[in-house]
Ligand binder design. Structure first.
Ligand SMILES: NC(=O)c1ccc[n+]([C@@H]2O[C@H](COP(=O)([O-])OP(=O)(O)OC[C@H]3O[C@@H](n4cnc5c(N)ncnc54)[C@H](O)[C@@H]3O)[C@@H](O)[C@H]2O)c1
Length: 458
């Protein structure tokens, strides 16, 4: 209970220091809401560093798998999960009442777009509602889900204060964007620098202290809004530069110049240039979506970001361009798209991951099927693809990955390399397939020189 003899400032000081001591002594209980690509690695990292960590999920099967010591995320080995489960430092639950036992709660739920391309923060609201019901003095809440600037202090703060608790005196609130790069073995949670912005300086201080136990380099900023905007700048920067590379690829195709050689040459400049590469389109839960969060917020303030719209326009046309390359290739062989056998290699949105969210492969397959092609696919990471995701316009019968046999390659009129997974033997693909559209520069010079296949590159 709050002592009437203490001023608000003194009370805030005590609360902050209690939390800092709990974290320093690793007695703080950490809760992570949403155990996907972002939340599970984070939860396991805290548990591995000696904290008691509880994961909160709406998906019961995920909670069960974690409690059984099994990981369903490629970058998190089951062995690591098993270790901390056995040590009784990690558990997962669907019972949100345990949120009341946590000193720090981190929200890592999805932030998709509505069909209208407006931000859908309903998952953040649902998670925050669960927190608000159990919020008590001495808790620090951190939002990690990517969102528009202002979400933490305009949306979350009033939800928590409505419960009669005061920021700083009773609880702390911050935003810290996640930068995980699934499938990247060099950068994992512990060695990716973390940006932290609190709604108040005390919030920044405590949240920074918390993350400093699991991340080497923590960069505090002056507000949650700065941290929210920094994340959107990072991903918008990628979307815009990939858009530039994609435009360059189409231009080079028209001029009959090798795009990849052009980029390789430009990249020899040791300053003022950073290479970005073209591809079949952008995918995943971040690059295609995040810029729209910024665009939406900008429009609320009467500002239109033309860079974002233009990049989206260029990037979203890439699947159409890939289908055009297939059509051109078949045409040269006197074949029509209708009735042709097309084998798609890789449907994940990037190499060596199993994530098909927003993957350009879905749009490419949809377009090929609309033109009457018989489409099959092989992906060592994705056994089945469905086309009924509420957030996309793609539809149609689900497909199952086929084994990459010699017969499959020979039977294809065209093979499209949409995702350049490392474990595919591209030399073999080139020796058996008659026509290949390579959207990722997966076929290097040697393979291309020795190939009997006709190769069209983006
Ligand atoms: N995947 C990435 O590479 C990446 C990188 C950086 C940032 N992000 C951002 O991180 C956030 C999470 O992305 P992700 O890729 O981990 O998503 P994900 O879909 O892999 O995981 C989210 C998890 O949250 C669970 N969930 C949904 N609502 C919930 C609720 N109310 N309570 C508890 N659990 C709930 C889902 O069941 C799911 O397991 C998003 O905002 C995303 O933009 C993702």
């Amino acid at each position: 209970m709050r002592s009437p003899s203490l001023s608000g400032l003194e009370f805030a000081y005590l609360m902050k220091n209690e939390l800092i001591n709990l974290i320093t002594n690793k007695q703080a209980h950490i809760g992570v809401i949403g155990l996907g690509y972002v939340g599970l690695p984070l939860l396991v990292e805290f548990a591995s560093k000696g904290f008691k960590a509880t994961g909160f999920e709406v998906d019961e099967s995920k909670a069960e798998q974690i409690n059984a010591g099994t990981s369903y995320i490629g970058d998190v080995p089951s062995r690591k999960v098993q270790e901390v489960v056995d040590a009784r430092r990690l558990q997962a639950t669907t019972d949100f009442n345990h949120l009341g036992e946590c000193d720090a709660i981190i929200i890592c739920v999805p932030t998709p777009l509505r069909k209208t391309k407006e931000p859908d923060i309903s998952y953040i609201l649902a998670a925050s509602e669960e927190i608000a019901k159990r919020l008590h003095r001495g808790q620090v809440i951190v939002l990690e889900s990517t969102t528009y600037p202002g979400t933490t202090d305009e949306v979350l703060l009033p939800m928590f204060e409505e419960k009669g608790l005061k920021l700083d005196e009773d609880f702390l609130l911050a935003f810290s964007p996640e930068r995980v790069d699934p499938g990247n073995p060099s950068f994992l949670t512990h060695n990716i620098p973390k940006v932290v912005g609190g709604v108040t300086p005390d919030s920044t201080e405590v949240a920074t202290h918390l993350y400093s136990h699991i991340v080497k380099d923590v960069h505090g900023v002056s507000s949650a809004r700065v941290a929210e905007a920094a994340k959107l700048l990072e991903n918008t920067f990628r979307a815009v530069n990939i858009g530039m590379a994609n435009e360059m690829a189409r231009l080079c195709y028209a001029l009959n110049i090798d795009t990849w050689e052009v980029i390789r040459a430009a990249a020899t400049k040791p300053f003022g240039f950073m290479p970005f590469y073209p591809g079949p389109g952008i995918g995943g839960h971040c690059i295609p979506l995040d810029p729209h969060y910024l665009l939406w917020k900008a429009r609320q303030h009467g500002f239109d970001s033309r860079f974002i719209s233009l990049a989206e326009e260029v990037n979203s046309r890439m699947p159409e361009h890939v289908v055009q390359l297939v059509s051109d290739g078949l045409n040269d062989e006197r074949k029509a798209m209708k009735g042709s056998n097309v084998l798609v290699l890789g449907v994940a949105y990037k190499k060596d991951v199993n994530d098909v969210r927003e993957s350009p492969a879905l749009s490419i397959i949809d377009r090929l099927r609309a033109k009457g092609a018989n489409v099959r696919y092989h992906d060592p990471f994705v056994s089945e693809v469905r086309f009924d995701d509420a957030h996309t316009d793609v539809s149609g019968e689900p497909l199952e990955s086929v084994p990459l046999t010699d017969e499959e390659l020979r039977a294809a009129d065209c093979v499209i390399i949409v995702t350049d997974h490392s474990e595919i033997d591209y030399k073999r693909v080139c020796s058996l397939a008659p026509l290949i559209v390579d959207t990722r520069n997966a076929l290097n010079g040697d393979i291309r020189r020795e190939s009997s296949a006709r190769i069209i590159r983006l």
